[in-house]
Design a binder for this molecule. Structure first.
Ligand SMILES: *Cc1c(COP(=O)(O)O)cnc(C)c1O
Length: 735
């Protein structure tokens, strides 16, 4: 029987609150405060609606941040507001549900992960995307980590998260008059985040220190509650650090190579130290991407010091308990550091391990003897784990080929890298309206069985008209959101009233709407659709069967080609052939993503195969009835079955990128013209696109369960965690 790591039930009141003689007001305020301080609220539609109802305008202006909202109100004013809106029973109900959730022991893991026992999985990630109001993520990797811990919470898998607290997050994107991306860095108000001091064994706020050759680095440890999971975030902005080190963790993926290795030192080594100081003894370490891989060396050090092991034995022992997930075949996605930086930062730790500089460097080299090789975080990730995986079937094949040289004696298909395909957290991405539809037609316990195929089969029994109506309500909601955002963007740039007015009237709910939202990394080819301008103009402005396009996404501040893609697309609005039919929404984040994936008819995904390791945004679309139109790369390579969406091309690669891009653009136009557009506009006597709706149903029934993060975490638990916790080589090694 596994023991859950449930946070104690508590009513932590805001520090600034002074005593009030209004007991009732305190009760309401205290319960809302408790709800706001556990991110569980963010995947409960009732809680979201509750906070929104308190003050809809401020809710939007405050970026959907319930703590910021509550801090603006006195308990008395809140009590008045609750009285006016008759919120009491809703607040009491939500609060009671949270308490029940936190104390429940009837979970999937209770019967499926007994071996994990009281020793939790420690899940390390450089970013966590949990909600738009907690900006410590940049894109897919972070959102995946957020969805992972939410599903671990839902399944009751004992797990703690470890990450960094970035006071400025990634960046806020705006486009200038020329459509060129600018970046704003805003300091997040720490008091508006659901974080509290993590306490050490003596009950004092915890700070960890990490020794380097050039001085000590300090990091404060914060605690964030995400349902049943505790997420610990390290923050260098504290007294005692040198001024430049106080800024070390201010920005995600900012700064130079030295900043990067220092951040990774804090995450990995600092993170392992923090867990020890908190009295947490993980049974498994899960390194989500190489960023945290230095942590494995700290685990080795602890084993040598506490258990008196030799270095070699401690490495074996640490590796047995470590799972490593690699996330990309793109070379730039694998951090590499020169020996000087490694020695500066790992030198003191290396001393205590009793190994030489060359021995340490060898751990980060494919060929331990090649002194030309830099130190690669992915390589040490593989070497320090006995359980490694890629994030889709195809990515597994690509990774085994890519890292074959690490296991030169084996045939490629026996390279010990398995795969567990990514998934998304259903309750974070499913629209309320769709959830209501499922509640009405699915079996009553479907929410407890979302990772099971059977739970979703009733979608085929839903009335097609009802499904179509629900989708169209969501589509209308998206279009209003886009109009609001685009007109605001035009106003901010000081454009003419006529332009702002046109933005308020752009887009048409009757038109086939295609969405594209993700990071503007060049391999994702956001501009592929514009490769032949005349052809896409004809598609968009076709008199009978037009198409409209909604884009969003950030380019990394140093990615000039990515920024040029953004400018190219954003400026399409000046071409009369695309007027009112092409939108670029600035500042892509979880909120923009949620609107897009809940409202589009079609989600376009056209990466240069096989560079998209998985992709997850299309999985979010599935839940809400949208259809994927995608290159057969990443998750879509194993998801597409001929009737649950659309495929672009046949999954072939060509000799050069230029040829591949040209062929794929051709294939994309063909798919749109011959399949997607006719299918959408082919209506029956009731005005319903029968074949389209069938595809929606196939998409939901075949994909929703399979690409859920509940399925993913269940797979990690049974294929990796229970093996690693048992101290035996896991089966992922041999798949
Ligand atoms: C889901 C998500 C992503 C991932 O998109 P991909 O399709 O995997 O590229 C990126 N950013 C945000 C904000 C997301 O919510």
């Amino acid at each position: 029987m596994s023991q859950l790591h449930t946070p104690p039930v508590e009513l932590d009141l805001p520090p600034s609150r002074s005593g009030s003689d209004l007991q009732h007001a305190d009760d309401i305020y205290g319960k809302l405060w408790a709800l706001a301080n556990n991110l569980w609220w963010s995947w409960q539609p009732e809680c979201d609606q509750l906070f929104r109802d308190i003050d809809p305008i401020r809710w939007r202006q405050l970026g959907h941040n319930p703590i910021a909202l509550l801090r603006e109100m006195t308990p008395e004013r809140l009590a008045d507001r609750a009285g006016e809106l008759v919120l009491h029973s809703r607040i009491n109900y939500a609060y009671r549900r949270l308490q029940e959730y936190l104390t429940s022991t009837q979970t999937w893991a209770a019967t499926n992960s007994g071996v994990l026992g009281a020793k939790p999985v420690a899940y390390f990630s450089a970013e966590f995307g949990i909600h738009e109001s907690v900006p410590i993520y940049s894109g897919g990797l972070g959102v995946l980590a957020g969805d992972h811990i939410k599903s671990a919470s839902g399944l009751g898998v004992p797990l703690v998260g470890v990450g960094l607290y970035y006071s400025q997050g990634y960046f806020r994107q705006y486009l200038d008059d020329d459509g060129y991306q600018g970046e704003d860095y805003l300091e997040t108000k720490i008091e508006n985040l659901p974080m509290q001091d993590a306490l050490d064994a003596d009950g004092n706020p915890l700070t960890v220190s990490i020794d380097t050759r050039t001085g000590e680095l300090l990091a404060k440890v914060w605690l964030m509650k995400v349902g049943r999971v505790r997420l610990y975030l390290l923050d260098c902005n504290i007294d005692g650090n040198k001024p430049e080190d106080r800024e070390l963790t201010s920005r995600l993926y900012g700064g130079d190579e030295r900043t990067r290795i220092r951040q990774e030192l804090v995450l990995g080594v600092g993170g392992v130290k923090a867990l020890a100081a908190l009295g947490i003894d993980p049974g498994v370490y899960h390194l989500n991407e190489g960023h945290s891989a230095f942590g494995a060396l700290q685990v080795v050090k602890q084993l040598m010091e506490n258990d008196g092991m030799t270095f070699d034995d401690a490495v074996q022992q640490a590796a047995r308990a470590t799972c490593f997930t690699t996330h990309t075949p793109v070379p730039a996605g694998h951090d590499r550091f020169p020996p000087e930086l490694v020695e500066e930062h790992l030198g003191p730790l290396r001393d205590s391990l009793g190994i030489s500089e060359e021995e340490l460097m060898a751990l980060g080299r494919v060929d331990p003897d090649d002194v030309e090789e830099t130190f690669c975080m992915t390589v040490i990730g593989f070497k320090m784990s006995r359980c490694a995986n890629a994030v889709s079937n195809l990515h597994g094949i690509v990774s085994r080929r890519m890292w074959h040289s690490m296991w030169p004696d084996r045939p490629t298909n026996e390279v010990p890298i398995g795969h567990i395909t990514n998934g998304v957290h259903v309750f974070s991405w499913l629209a309320v309206q769709m959830q209501k539809l499922y509640d009405k037609h699915f079996e009553t316990d479907w929410k407890q069985r979302i990772q099971e195929p059977e739970a979703w089969q009733s979608i085929h029994a839903v009335d097609p008209g009802e499904l179509w109506e629900t989708h169209n309500a969501l589509k209308n909601h998206l279009l209003s959101f886009v109009r609001r955002r685009i007109s605001r963007q035009c106003r901010r740039r000081g454009e003419d009233d006529a332009v702002v007015e046109a933005a308020r009237r752009m887009l048409d709910p009757r038109i086939l709407t295609i969405g594209f939202g993700r990071r503007f990394a060049t391999y994702k080819r956001a501009n592929l659709l514009f490769g032949d301008l005349d052809r896409i103009a004809e598609i968009v402005s076709n008199a009978d069967r037009p198409v409209q396009l909604i884009y969003a996404g950030k380019a990394h501040p140093k990615d000039e080609p990515g920024k040029r893609f953004i400018r190219e697309i954003a400026n399409m609005r000046h071409d009369p052939r695309f007027a009112g039919r092409v939108a670029f929404i600035e500042d892509y984040d979880i909120n923009v993503c949620r609107h897009l994936i809940q409202g589009v008819d079609v989600w376009l995904n056209n990466p240069r195969r096989p560079l998209e390791a998985s992709g997850t945004s299309g999985q979010k679309v599935v839940l809400n009835g949208g259809l994927n139109c995608s290159i057969l790369d990443g998750w879509w390579g194993e998801a597409y079955n001929g009737v649950n969406g659309f495929a672009i091309g046949h999954g072939r690669s060509h000799v050069s990128d230029e040829i591949t891009d040209r062929r794929d653009a051709e294939a994309l136009y063909d798919t749109l013209e011959n399949e997607v557009i006719p299918c959408f506009y082919d209506r029956d006597l009731d005005g319903l696109p029968k074949d389209w709706i069938k595809r929606m149903m196939h998409s939901i029934s075949t994909l929703a369960w399979r690409f859920s993060s509940h399925r993913m975490v269940a797979d990690y638990t049974s294929k990796s965690y229970v093996w690693a916790a048992g101290g035996v080589t896991c089966d992922m090694r041999y798949r």
